[in-house]
Design a protein around this ligand. Structure first.
Ligand code: NAD
Length: 313
């Protein structure tokens, strides 16, 4: 009987589908036996929490399938998986609406100082409204770095909700990606990220973490941005140089930041209390882009469906 180990938490809908599948032994994430997955797992299901190194993959002699809920696979040594003939599956596009929704929510929350004002009220401050003016994002320009599944949904939502322009930078998107189809998104395409940075009121990052995107936004790039611009990173920690970011915030080079992805996750007061979290115009969330009930259920079930297909075939 095939043995599956679920290494990270999955939505109950996905787990109950697994448990009702015949001819499959499933070890659930809260079972201490999961530590032994390398001994006999044929398949493993994970999310972002588990990191798979070459040593892990080499040690798992029966492993045939790695299934990842979500799109980013930077926590898996893909070269090692290829070397050992293990197939890796993810769930592209499924979480795009959820991540795009959070990106827009964070942009508005920074612009209107929502979390800062809420914090002040809770601390007992009597708010003087005239001192808490925010900025409107209506008809402002968003610069989207990475026009893949999530970037495009952000673009659509921005045009629909803000009536603003979209500036897009994605050197790897196929030339015909947005041309001549009903899904075409009105945008200005730029070929240098600097062009996008200098013209955008909000800069939203939607790239994978790769050697070409690590440190993509550093001190040079932050200096190019408008002084009142908002930077959003709902992609991956590492894409933004956090040291340079703190410096830019302290010197007023940019207007505000929201990070759903950070070098250290989840972000804590111990790590960021004297740094990014000491700035009123910063919001940090712990990689919750895909964390809606609707998406967790749908994406978890999609992983299970893929598993059943590959095991059946
Ligand atoms: P996708 O593969 O559909 O799109 C990524 C796009 O980035 C592609 O079009 C690619 O050409 C482009 N790209 C790659 N390198 C680039 C570079 N150097 N400069 C500009 N563009 C570049 O992926 P997606 O579904 O849109 O997701 C994007 C990323 O968002 C994921 O890789 C993941 O890191 C992150 N993500 C975060 C969360 C979260 O919870 N915050 C959830 C899902 C995904």
């Amino acid at each position: 009987m095939a043995k599956l180990y679920v290494l990270d938490p999955y939505h109950p809908d996905a787990l109950s589908k697994l448990l009702s599948t015949p001819n499959l032994t499933t070890i659930l994430p809260n079972d201490p036996a999961k530590q032994q997955w390398k001994d006999d797992a044929v398949a493993i299901m994970l999310r972002s929490e588990t990191r798979l190194t070459e040593a892990d993959i080499a040690a798992a002699k029966n492993l045939k399938f790695i299934l990842k809920q979500g799109v980013g696979v930077d926590n898996i040594d893909l070269d090692a998986a290829k070397k050992y003939g293990i197939q890796v599956f993810n769930t592209p596009a499924l979480n795009s609406e959820a991540v795009a929704e959070l990106s827009i929510a964070l942009a508005l929350a920074v612009a209107r100082r929502v979390t800062e004002i809420d914090r002040r009220i809770r601390a007992g401050e009597k708010i003087v409204r005239s001192k808490m003016l925010g900025r409107s994002l209506f008809r402002k320009a968003i610069g989207i770095v990475g026009m893949g599944n999530i970037g495009r949904v952000v673009a659509k939502k921005w045009i629909g909700a803000m009536e603003g322009n979209v500036i897009a930078y994605d050197p790897y998107a196929p030339e015909d990606a947005w041309k001549n189809n009903s899904d075409t998104i009105a945008h200005t395409r730029v070929y240098q990220v600097e062009e996008l940075l200098s013209a955008s009121d909000v800069v939203s990052l939607h790239v994978p973490l790769t050697s070409s995107t690590r440190g993509l936004i550093g001190s040079e790039q932050l200096k190019i941005m408008k002084k009142e611009a908002i930077l959003l990173n709902c992609a991956r920690g590492g894409v933004v140089d956090e040291k340079a970011l703190l410096e830019a915030l302290k010197t007023g080079e940019i207007g505000g930041v929201a990070l759903d992805a950070s070098d250290v996750e989840p972000p804590t007061v111990e790590v960021y209390g004297e740094g990014l979290l000491s700035c009123d115009n910063v919001i940090m969330t712990p990689h919750i882009g895909a964390s809606t009930m609707e998406n967790q259920s749908a994406s978890g079930i999609a992983v299970v469906d893929t598993l059943l297909k590959v095991l059946g075939g």
